[in-house]
Design a protein around this ligand. Structure first.
Ligand code: HEC
Ligand code: HEC
Length: 504
């Protein structure tokens, strides 16, 4: 008996010793209201024999740190989806407290399995603001995040995830299967929501809400990059058999296997050709050192030397098809640094004097103070400001290969440059720098379906609000695009995560 008491005491002191203090102190302040699912309780629930309790506590505290660094801006302190960024997003960042998830391998209305959450976090949700974290976080961190986000909903303690809905073998993708699929697509009334060929976009109407109280929207199912789960055969099959919980997209688990495959084939027969741009991607942007002068002319020969990085962008609101790839180059000499962006855009949307319209635009974002290692890529955080160089397609930009009514008059007589320098310490805190601090020059040129835009500035300035580029080391850069034709403006834009800018 004495021995048991002793070993229990021993066990608890070991436990206390290994659990980072932070878990105990912070869980009280930051997780009020989550009664039965505080970290302490979770620790208590794990098997006290062996190392599992400690491992789990480690995992949770690791997950918490990562969550606060990468997810809180959108999903909020306690997972209710009310981060500072959420008002600017559509679809809104998810409230996880209901424990309802769209992407599962499990039957409709069941909890997702760990590997489902892992996959969502790793791959992100295409067509929405939810980033693909596998690009920037390692596996261990992703697993810790999976563990941590489960504390937001009681469901994870009350139920266990269900079995995996089997996918089975795909029959031949042939004309007969597509034809049967087309008939089923009409009979099951998929067209009521998705249009005859899956082409419908936009809100479904007042009566169709999702579980989080938002209107439900469909996207063009002919473009594979808009599929949130994925457009491969298995993925579409999985969407149909498990449904997207919380949305009007029900599970078609009562339809026979073969019929589901026919539906998959019908949708796939309508896929549009994918762009080849996705082929190679580098997230590192190298700023090549040259001895020549640098200027704003977008087509200068010197750019042919500069290495190209392909940067993937995510749309924060628009669910229509737009450019999601941006080519970025950088050059510097001993005085200046220049960036050149190129992206495809079928129509140049320029400012015209006299009436407002949606303009094409592009922005570079840097960390303002070189002392800061990182800040939130969505416009910075308080005390961790970012410096933004915002180019807009005003009428001084050059447009070639297309008739458009050109006015040489500038839109804003006080704006000397097509580029404006700003600072921000989080959404809603954007401020334009004073006229004398405006030191970035820029020029855009639209030609044959493509914008080419150059930004140029001195490597080092004397403004405390500016990013500074020192010869050694590296910097962080994030990018954004607006497409006027898609009515993108302000927070409705496409953005990249932080990319590395290196000075070899
Ligand atoms: C820029 C905003 C943003 C950030 C940052 C963000 N998310 Fe999301 N997340 C979203 C949006 C928007 C959705 C909803 C997508 C939808 O409903 O189609 C979402 C959905 C989710 C879902 C639900 C998926 C499902 O099956 O329904 C999970 C889980 C999730 N995010 C986890 C995370 C984690 C973990 C992090 C941090 C590593 C994170 N998110 C960071 C915007 C964000
Ligand atoms: C009541 C309206 C409704 C009906 C009927 C409906 N869907 Fe959907 N479907 C939706 C909505 C809404 C979404 C998007 C949900 C979201 O992203 O929140 C969706 C999404 C999808 C997706 C995209 C999956 C992904 O990875 O993004 C596919 C594929 C799909 N539906 C196929 C079908 C098929 C096939 C049928 C008929 C068997 C069907 N839908 C019937 C409303 C509907």
């Amino acid at each position: 008996m004495g021995l048991t008491v002793k070993s229990t005491v021993f066990f608890f002191s070991v436990l206390l010793f290994f659990i980072p203090v932070q878990v105990f102190s912070e869980s009280q302040d930051h997780l009020p209201g989550i009664k039965s699912k505080t970290i302490e309780d979770l620790i208590g629930m794990t098997d006290p024999a062996g190392g599992t309790a400690r491992e789990k506590a480690d995992l949770l505290s690791k997950g918490k740190i990562a969550y606060r660094q990468f997810c809180i801006h959108c999903h909020g302190e306690q997972g209710q989806g009310k981060g500072k960024t959420s008002p600017y997003l559509y679809p809104h960042s998810r409230d996880m407290t209901l424990g309802v998830f769209k992407f599962r391998s499990t039957p409709s209305n069941a909890l997702p399995r760990d590997e489902d959450l892992y996959r969502t976090i790793r791959n992100g949700v295409p067509g929405t603001a939810m980033p693909a974290w596998g690009d920037v976080l390692n596996d261990q961190t992703l697993l810790a995040l999976v563990e941590y986000i489960k504390i937001f909903s009681d469901r994870f303690q009350l139920e266990s995830p269900d079995y995996i809905m089997p996918i089975g073998l795909e029959p031949a993708f042939d004309r007969l299967s597509i034809k049967k699929g087309a008939v089923l697509y009409r009979e099951l009334r998929c067209d009521r929501c998705h249009g005859k060929e899956g082409e419908r976009v936009g809100f479904l109407g007042q009566e169709l809400n999702d579980a989080w109280g938002n209107l439900s929207k469909v996207y063009d199912l002919r473009w594979t990059e808009l599929y949130k789960r994925g457009a491969s055969s298995d993925e579409v099959y999985q969407t149909l058999i498990t449904g997207m919980d919380g949305t009007p997209m029900n599970a078609y688990d009562y339809v026979s296997r073969d019929e589901l495959w026919h539906l998959v084939h019908f949708l796939q027969s309508r896929y549009k050709q994918q762009g080849s741009a996705l082929a190679k991607m580098s997230r590192t942007i190298y700023s090549l050192r040259v001895s020549e002068n640098l200027d704003v002319f977008p087509q200068a020969i010197i750019w042919e030397q500069a290495p190209k990085a392909q940067v993937k962008l995510r749309s924060l609101q628009s669910i229509y098809k737009g450019t999601n790839m941006l080519t970025v180059q950088s050059l510097r000499n001993n005085k200046k640094i220049a960036f050149r962006l190129q992206w495809s855009d079928v129509s140049p949307d320029l400012a015209q004097p006299g009436y407002s319209r949606f303009l094409d635009g592009a922005a570079l974002q840097f960390v303002s103070k070189s002392s800061i290692q990182s800040t939130y890529y969505g416009m910075g955080e308080s005390n961790k400001p970012v410096n933004i160089w915002h180019w807009r397609a005003d009428s001084s930009q050059q447009v070639m290969g297309r008739e458009i009514d050109s006015h040489s008059m500038k839109l804003d007589p006080f704006r000397e440059e097509a580029v404006e320098e700003l600072n921000s310490s989080g959404f809603g805190t954007l401020t334009v720098q004073t006229l004398e601090d405006q030191q970035v020059q820029g020029k855009g040129m639209w030609r044959d379906g493509k914008w080419t835009v150059v930004f140029i500035r001195d490597l080092v300035t004397d403004s405390p609000f500016d990013a500074q580029f020192y010869a050694a080391g590296k910097a962080m850069i994030a990018l954004a695009l607006w497409d006027g034709a898609l009515k993108e403006k302000n927070a409705n834009k496409r953005v990249s995560f932080w990319q590395e800018l290196k000075f070899p």
